[in-house]
Design a protein around this ligand. Structure first.
Ligand SMILES: *[C@@H]1O[C@H](CO)[C@@H](O)[C@H](O)[C@H]1NC(C)=O
Length: 386
């Protein structure tokens, strides 16, 4: 009898707990694919040219390795998107997109959805490092997870033209989980619409370490409305956000081997970037500690795979975060004895973030995105070492 009551209560507790989980797939990135096909140096040269002619930003999604499925419309139309904490708009390719880059994507057909509205109808353009996605804003039902965390009137971009570089990418579109201030055309981002339905105004990101395997379903987990206590350690350390645009905060130090520097940098955590991006001089110093040399053709720091490299330690909010050396060293192609560092240097334009802590960091530390308290938390993830 007692057991029955307890069970019923547990059940009641479960059904009212509005927590949703969203599995990620691990995929081969555009960069990995192009390296394998011998086409990466050409692509890298294009990027370098675009940057020198004033192309903005470093985001181009070439190194995306985690995607998730979302549903748009009624009945649901499925799209593989990157859940990108470094941007704040949601868009998918539209059925009317005729450019080559759209040809092998899932495309949204508004006429096939009973919940679709063509409003607000204005045009949008999202600029990336080497091109853009353009189209019109419309409204429809959006569901995350296993079709159970839904918002009925999400404004999103129907992209009618996407830059050629998207052709190689293992994704249909992008779902931004950054703050509203970053959103193009002031569209309310999905998370802000979904938060009121959740138990807690937070989402936790866990990325698994699955190596170079392609299409692996358990690539990671986004947990909306709760802390992920299965994949993450119970000790969380928080830092306040220094800007509610990206998930931006202050990092006060970095060290590796005999190199260390203490400076208050503005940094962002970004699931849309695989690597660690740092100021160029820091990148050069880190590479030197790892006995890696910059390869102009590939745009990567390269080293023999059997090199002895040190761990890297970040200091954030007075806590030290150690990233194991294995996280930084990836084979150029499967089985290759030549490796590259998952680290790149960039010099931002004076203000704004000067570091990007991408998947290399997030695989080691789960990230708790606390929207309600405008802070971000980190806990050791339960990933096994490689
Ligand atoms: C969109 O859906 C409608 C209704 O199901 C269908 O008639 C039409 O052919 C579809 N258009 C495209 C481009 O797939």
């Amino acid at each position: 009898m007692k057991a029955t009551v307890a069970l019923l209560l547990a059940f009641a507790g479960f059904s009212s707990a509005l927590v949703y989980q969203h599995q990620l797939k691990h995929v081969e990135s555009a960069m990995q694919k192009l390296i394998r096909e011998g086409k990466w140096p050409e692509r890298f040269a294009e990027k370098a040219a675009a940057r020198s002619t004033g192309g903005e930003g470093v985001t181009d999604y070439d190194d995306v390795v985690y995607v998730a499925t979302v549903q748009v419309g009624t009945p649901a139309q499925n799209f593989d998107v990157i859940l990108d904490t470094g941007s704040s708009n949601f868009w998918v390719p539209d059925a009317t997109c005729r450019v080559l880059a759209c040809s092998n994507k899932h495309k949204f057909n508004g006429s096939a959805s009973s919940t679709y509205s063509s409003q607000p109808g204005q045009s949008f353009t999202i600029q990336y490092g080497t091109g853009s996605a353009r189209g019109v804003l419309a409204t429809d039902k959006l569901c995350l997870g296993e079709a159970n965390l839904c918002y009925n009137t999400q404004v999103f971009g129907r992209a009618t033209s996407i830059a050629d570089f998207f052709r190689n990418q293992p994704l249909d579109g992008i779902l931004g989980l950054g703050w509203p201030a970053l959103a193009v055309d002031h569209v309310t981002p999905p998370m802000q619409n979904l938060l009121p339905t959740l138990d807690m105004p937070v989402f936790t990101v866990f990325l698994s370490r699955v190596g170079a395997q392609d299409g692996v379903r358990n690539g990671g987990l986004f947990t909306y409305g709760a802390v992920d206590s299965t994949n993450c350690d119970s000790t969380w350390n928080y830092v306040p956000l220094s800007s509610q645009t990206y998930w931006q905060f202050v990092m006060s130090g970095v060290s590796a081997g005999s190199y260390s520097q203490n400076t208050n940098w503005q940094v962002i955590s970004d699931t849309g970037t695989s690597f660690i991006g740092s100021p160029q001089t820091v990148a050069n110093n880190i590479a030197q500690q790892m006995h890696a040399t910059y390869n102009n053709q590939y745009g990567l720091y390269m080293l023999p795979c059997n090199s002895n490299v040190p761990n890297v330690v970040f200091t954030i909010g007075g806590q030290q975060y150690t990233i194991p050396k294995d996280e930084f060293v990836e084979p150029l192609t499967a089985g290759s004895s030549q490796c590259y560092l998952t680290w790149f240097g960039f010099n931002g334009g004076g203000f704004g973030p000067t570091w990007i802590l991408g998947d290399t960091f997030i695989r080691t530390y789960c990230n708790l995105h606390d929207v309600g308290q405008a802070r971000i938390g980190f806990a050791q993830s339960h990933n096994p070492h490689k």
